[in-house]
Design a protein around this ligand. Structure first.
Ligand code: ADP
Ligand code: G6P
Length: 471
């Protein structure tokens, strides 16, 4: 078994198998913020990525992806149902997102969560060389730091949570809250998107485990665990370079023409998830059409909603409701060749996404709760022309870093409508000033700055950092 000095552990590998039109299996970058953040960072780094390749059955052997070794962990049908769809996405995901949908609790799901976490920990212990840095990602694997420390005390272990960490009132509902906290405390550094999340975590370890904690440090046995906020980001330069390509600019012009050359295009790009506020946004747009504030001929909405977690009941219900509402709005307000909403559920390559961003006069990113939201950052990075208005939810982690966006509360329908109108009607000079400020922020706070800040806290020798970030 080849071993690495840096091992990233995430439920998902950065590639997904998709069946192509001719029936062949092709590997494609998987949509989602975690992969979007880590994939450009690790490219050409001698690291191993431990994760699930999608599907069930024996783990496929994958070739290296951009120089990174792929170490696959198999999931059975029961694991998929009880660990991924169950405990991770029907218990933890709703609790961590303000319980905007009801979390479910089943003892069988917890058994699967423990079992799958142990399998990930075993796989990681195999591929980590002595003294390696191991970086465990996200809510699917909260027990891995503790399990790994028990097996391999020589490792330097980091944990990063990409999603929000909830206030104590919500977390306390979890029947296995103590085990989950103890699992995370197996790490040397526990990172969150926001300072508030680190604060919630510190309060909880004191309340549930009786440990002394500040918002920066927690004493566990004879160790000190550091905690802190490290807002994740994107490869800003890469997205800007892609969006500057002449063929992307041409594609954006073509898209505008194909959309019927409207005066304004509103764009949303989400995974089909109830945290993203898709239904609220459709309602706001529909009411603006009803009130006559917006006319379909002048202003179209492009909603990209790539299906996600499709076997989880709440996701199926959401998709049905969204599609019914899109159909209703198009039936009521569209004309032949002129739909009110262009609704797309396909995954796109990065160049097509960049072209969509360039065509959007208003980018509507209005989740009810989101750890960060990288789509908002990608939009800003793609606007190399300093144009385009970002309508952003106050409940996305990105809002703390991008206060120049048009900020809205997506739970307030009237506020959402007013925000959308304000963004549509904003003076070009105001739009440009805001965009410039946001672009300046993201140029500095990109994915490499994130890795620098996290890894220099985790690995104080600095050797790993210089290899990853090129100095
Ligand atoms: P989440 O992680 O909850 O899905 P983010 O906004 O942080 O939300 O990240 C979503 C990532 O998935 C972004 O990098 C975005 O570009 C990508 N993505 C979203 N929709 C698509 C799509 N239809 N095709 C390809 N990539 C997509
Ligand atoms: C969010 C989570 C990631 C997850 C992604 C896509 O970004 O934080 O851990 O990979 O959504 O979801 P999926 O269930 O398809 O992996």
């Amino acid at each position: 078994m080849r071993q690495s000095s840096l091992v990233v552990v995430a439920n998902r590998l950065p590639v997904n198998d998709n069946v192509a039109l001719d029936g062949a299996c092709e590997w494609r970058r998987s949509p989602g913020g975690l992969v979007s953040a880590l994939h450009p960072l690790l490219r050409h780094t001698p690291a191993t990525w431990v994760g699930w390749a999608g599907g069930t059955g024996p783990a496929p052997t994958l070739p290296d992806v951009d120089g990174v070794r792929m170490h696959t962990v198999p999931l059975t049908g029961d694991d998929l149902r009880d660990h991924y769809e169950g405990f991770a996405n029907a218990t933890l995901w709703p609790i961590y997102h303000d319980a905007v949908e009801q979390p479910e609790h089943h003892r069988r799901w917890w058994d699967a969560y423990q079992r799958v976490n142990q399998r990930f920990a075993d796989a990681t212990a195999e591929v980590a060389e002595p003294g390696a840095v191991v970086w465990v990602q996200d809510y699917h694997l909260q027990l891995v730091p503790g399990l790994l420390r028990a097996m391999r005390p020589d490792l330097r272990i980091g944990f990063f949570l990409h999603v929000p960490f909830p206030p104590p009132e919500l977390f306390m509902q979890l029947p296995r809250r103590a085990e989950l906290l103890r699992g995370m405390l197996g790490a040397d550094l526990v990172g969150f998107q926001r300072a508030q999340a680190a604060h919630n975590f510190a309060q909880l370890v004191t309340k549930v485990l009786g440990l002394p904690a500040t918002d920066r440090r927690i004493g566990v046995d004879d160790r000190m665990v550091r905690i802190g906020a490290f807002p994740v980001s994107i490869d800003t330069a890469e997205m800007s370079a892609l969006a500057s390509r002449p063929e992307v600019a041409d594609r954006a012009r073509r898209l505008r023409h194909d959309l019927g050359s409207p005066e304004q295009v509103i764009l949303s790009v989400d995974r089909m998830d109830y945290t993203k506020g898709i239904e609220q946004r459709l309602k706001a747009y529909s009411e603006l059409l009803t009130d006559g504030h917006v006319k379909v001929r002048d202003t179209v909405l492009v909603q990209v909603a790539v299906p996600s977690r499709e076997r989880v009941g709440q996701y199926q219900i959401l998709r049905e409701r969204v599609e019914r509402e899109v159909g209703r709005i198009n039936g009521e307000f569209g004309r032949v060749g002129e739909p009110a909403i262009h609704y797309l559920t396909q995954p796109f390559d990065r160049a097509e996404l960049a072209a969509l961003y360039r065509v959007a006069d208003v980018m509507a990113v209005t989740p009810l709760r989101d750890g960060m939201n990288l789509v908002a950052k990608e939009y800003v990075a793609a606007r190399v022309d300093d144009a385009g208005a970002l309508l952003l939810s106050e409940f996305a982690g990105a809002a703390a870093e991008l206060p120049q966006a048009y900020l809205v509360n997506p739970h307030d329908l009237e506020g959402l409508k007013q925000g959308l109108l304000a963004a549509l009607r904003a003076e070009p000079a105001d739009v440009q000033e805001r965009m410039r400020a946001m672009r300046a922020h993201l140029r500095e706070h990109d994915i490499r700055a994130w890795a620098r800040s996290y890894l220099s806290t985790l690995d104080q020798s600095g050797s790993l950092l210089s290899r990853l970030t090129g100095g």
